[in-house]
Design a protein around this ligand. Structure first.
Ligand code: ADP
Length: 161
Protein backbone atom coordinates (compact mmCIF):
# COMPACT_ATOMS: atom_id res chain seq x y z
CA UNK A 1 0.00 0.00 0.00
CA UNK A 2 1.36 3.42 -0.92
CA UNK A 3 2.32 5.67 1.92
CA UNK A 4 -0.44 8.30 1.55
CA UNK A 5 -1.38 11.17 3.86
CA UNK A 6 -4.53 13.25 3.69
CA UNK A 7 -3.96 16.93 4.46
CA UNK A 8 -7.42 18.36 5.24
CA UNK A 9 -8.33 21.97 5.84
CA UNK A 10 -10.33 24.97 4.74
CA UNK A 11 -7.45 26.56 2.79
CA UNK A 12 -9.29 29.90 2.62
CA UNK A 13 -6.91 30.67 0.93
CA UNK A 14 -3.81 28.46 0.75
CA UNK A 15 -0.76 30.25 2.23
CA UNK A 16 2.97 29.67 2.12
CA UNK A 17 2.57 28.06 5.56
CA UNK A 18 0.35 25.36 4.08
CA UNK A 19 2.84 24.93 1.21
CA UNK A 20 5.71 24.58 3.69
CA UNK A 21 3.80 21.81 5.41
CA UNK A 22 3.16 19.98 2.14
CA UNK A 23 6.89 20.11 1.33
CA UNK A 24 7.77 18.71 4.74
CA UNK A 25 5.10 16.04 4.40
CA UNK A 26 6.54 14.90 1.08
CA UNK A 27 9.79 14.00 2.87
CA UNK A 28 7.85 11.42 4.85
CA UNK A 29 4.96 10.37 2.62
CA UNK A 30 5.00 9.15 -0.99
CA UNK A 31 1.83 11.02 -1.78
CA UNK A 32 -0.27 13.75 -0.19
CA UNK A 33 -3.93 14.38 -0.93
CA UNK A 34 -4.94 17.93 -0.07
CA UNK A 35 -8.59 17.66 0.92
CA UNK A 36 -10.53 20.92 0.94
CA UNK A 37 -13.43 20.87 3.39
CA UNK A 38 -16.61 21.89 1.56
CA UNK A 39 -18.54 22.55 4.74
CA UNK A 40 -16.18 23.70 7.45
CA UNK A 41 -17.46 25.24 10.67
CA UNK A 42 -15.93 28.57 9.62
CA UNK A 43 -17.41 31.35 7.54
CA UNK A 44 -15.33 31.45 4.37
CA UNK A 45 -14.27 34.08 1.88
CA UNK A 46 -13.73 31.82 -1.14
CA UNK A 47 -16.03 29.09 -2.45
CA UNK A 48 -14.71 25.59 -2.90
CA UNK A 49 -13.92 25.97 -6.63
CA UNK A 50 -11.90 29.12 -5.97
CA UNK A 51 -10.00 27.46 -3.11
CA UNK A 52 -9.24 24.41 -5.28
CA UNK A 53 -8.02 26.61 -8.13
CA UNK A 54 -5.67 28.58 -5.85
CA UNK A 55 -4.22 25.32 -4.51
CA UNK A 56 -3.80 23.95 -8.05
CA UNK A 57 -1.89 27.05 -9.16
CA UNK A 58 0.19 27.30 -5.97
CA UNK A 59 1.29 23.67 -6.33
CA UNK A 60 1.55 23.54 -10.12
CA UNK A 61 5.21 22.48 -10.00
CA UNK A 62 4.86 19.94 -7.22
CA UNK A 63 4.53 16.28 -8.01
CA UNK A 64 3.11 13.59 -5.73
CA UNK A 65 0.24 15.82 -4.63
CA UNK A 66 -3.45 15.36 -5.48
CA UNK A 67 -6.08 18.01 -4.82
CA UNK A 68 -9.62 17.06 -3.86
CA UNK A 69 -12.58 18.27 -1.82
CA UNK A 70 -14.79 16.44 0.64
CA UNK A 71 -17.86 16.88 2.76
CA UNK A 72 -19.07 14.92 5.75
CA UNK A 73 -16.87 13.12 8.24
CA UNK A 74 -13.14 13.39 7.61
CA UNK A 75 -12.49 9.81 8.72
CA UNK A 76 -15.04 8.53 6.19
CA UNK A 77 -13.24 10.46 3.47
CA UNK A 78 -9.83 9.14 4.59
CA UNK A 79 -11.16 5.58 4.47
CA UNK A 80 -12.66 6.16 1.02
CA UNK A 81 -9.19 7.10 -0.26
CA UNK A 82 -7.66 3.96 1.29
CA UNK A 83 -5.45 6.12 3.50
CA UNK A 84 -4.55 5.75 7.16
CA UNK A 85 -2.91 9.06 7.97
CA UNK A 86 -4.25 12.57 8.52
CA UNK A 87 -1.60 15.28 8.23
CA UNK A 88 -2.02 18.52 10.19
CA UNK A 89 0.25 21.46 10.90
CA UNK A 90 1.18 23.00 14.22
CA UNK A 91 2.27 26.60 14.48
CA UNK A 92 2.18 27.51 18.13
CA UNK A 93 0.67 26.35 21.40
CA UNK A 94 -2.57 28.05 20.42
CA UNK A 95 -3.13 25.40 17.73
CA UNK A 96 -2.59 22.59 20.17
CA UNK A 97 -5.87 22.39 22.03
CA UNK A 98 -8.07 22.43 18.94
CA UNK A 99 -5.84 20.01 17.04
CA UNK A 100 -5.64 17.70 20.07
CA UNK A 101 -9.43 17.55 20.44
CA UNK A 102 -9.91 16.89 16.76
CA UNK A 103 -7.26 14.17 16.66
CA UNK A 104 -8.80 12.48 19.70
CA UNK A 105 -12.29 12.63 18.21
CA UNK A 106 -11.07 11.22 14.91
CA UNK A 107 -9.22 8.44 16.73
CA UNK A 108 -12.38 7.60 18.64
CA UNK A 109 -14.38 7.52 15.40
CA UNK A 110 -11.78 5.44 13.55
CA UNK A 111 -8.96 3.89 15.60
CA UNK A 112 -7.19 2.63 12.46
CA UNK A 113 -6.45 6.19 11.32
CA UNK A 114 -3.61 8.19 12.91
CA UNK A 115 -3.08 11.97 12.86
CA UNK A 116 0.48 13.13 12.23
CA UNK A 117 1.54 16.68 13.14
CA UNK A 118 4.41 18.53 11.55
CA UNK A 119 5.87 21.79 12.76
CA UNK A 120 5.80 24.58 10.27
CA UNK A 121 8.89 26.53 9.21
CA UNK A 122 9.78 29.39 11.58
CA UNK A 123 9.01 31.93 8.85
CA UNK A 124 5.38 30.89 8.87
CA UNK A 125 4.58 30.38 12.55
CA UNK A 126 2.57 33.58 12.65
CA UNK A 127 0.73 32.99 9.41
CA UNK A 128 -2.89 31.86 9.26
CA UNK A 129 -5.46 32.31 6.49
CA UNK A 130 -7.59 34.44 8.83
CA UNK A 131 -4.79 36.82 9.85
CA UNK A 132 -3.79 37.07 6.20
CA UNK A 133 -7.33 38.07 5.16
CA UNK A 134 -7.49 40.54 8.03
CA UNK A 135 -4.34 42.23 6.75
CA UNK A 136 -5.39 42.05 3.09
CA UNK A 137 -8.83 43.58 3.59
CA UNK A 138 -7.21 46.69 5.03
CA UNK A 139 -4.74 46.92 2.17
CA UNK A 140 -1.75 45.43 4.04
CA UNK A 141 1.07 44.12 1.89
CA UNK A 142 0.79 40.35 2.01
CA UNK A 143 3.11 39.65 -0.91
CA UNK A 144 5.54 36.85 -0.10
CA UNK A 145 3.07 35.12 2.20
CA UNK A 146 1.02 33.52 -0.57
CA UNK A 147 1.55 32.54 -4.20
CA UNK A 148 1.28 35.52 -6.59
CA UNK A 149 -1.98 34.10 -8.02
CA UNK A 150 -3.54 33.99 -4.53
CA UNK A 151 -2.31 37.53 -3.90
CA UNK A 152 -4.16 38.71 -7.02
CA UNK A 153 -7.31 36.78 -6.06
CA UNK A 154 -7.33 38.45 -2.64
CA UNK A 155 -6.93 41.86 -4.22
CA UNK A 156 -9.86 41.16 -6.56
CA UNK A 157 -12.00 39.93 -3.70
CA UNK A 158 -11.35 43.05 -1.65
CA UNK A 159 -11.56 45.40 -4.67
CA UNK A 160 -8.03 46.67 -4.17
CA UNK A 161 -6.32 48.19 -7.17
P1 ADP B 1 -8.89 24.28 9.30
O1 ADP B 1 -10.12 25.13 9.14
O2 ADP B 1 -9.15 22.81 9.11
O3 ADP B 1 -8.07 24.57 10.50
P2 ADP B 1 -6.80 25.62 7.78
O4 ADP B 1 -6.73 25.82 6.30
O5 ADP B 1 -6.88 26.83 8.63
O6 ADP B 1 -8.03 24.65 8.00
O7 ADP B 1 -5.57 24.77 8.26
C1 ADP B 1 -5.35 23.48 7.76
C2 ADP B 1 -4.12 22.89 8.44
O8 ADP B 1 -2.97 23.61 8.04
C3 ADP B 1 -4.16 22.96 9.98
O9 ADP B 1 -3.57 21.79 10.52
C4 ADP B 1 -3.32 24.15 10.29
O10 ADP B 1 -2.72 24.03 11.57
C5 ADP B 1 -2.29 24.07 9.18
N1 ADP B 1 -1.71 25.40 8.92
C6 ADP B 1 -2.34 26.56 8.72
N2 ADP B 1 -1.46 27.60 8.57
C7 ADP B 1 -0.24 27.03 8.69
C8 ADP B 1 1.10 27.54 8.67
N3 ADP B 1 1.36 28.86 8.57
N4 ADP B 1 2.11 26.67 8.80
C9 ADP B 1 1.84 25.35 8.96
N5 ADP B 1 0.64 24.81 9.03
C10 ADP B 1 -0.40 25.64 8.89
Amino acid sequence: MANIAIYPGSFDPITNGHLDLVERGLKIFDHIIIAVAKNPAKKLLFDVEERLEMIRVSLAHTTRVTIDSFSGLLVDYVRSRNARVILRGLRAVTDFEYEFQMAMMNRRLEPAIETVFLMTGLRWVFLSSSILKEAAVHGGNIQGMVHEFVYQKLREKFNLT
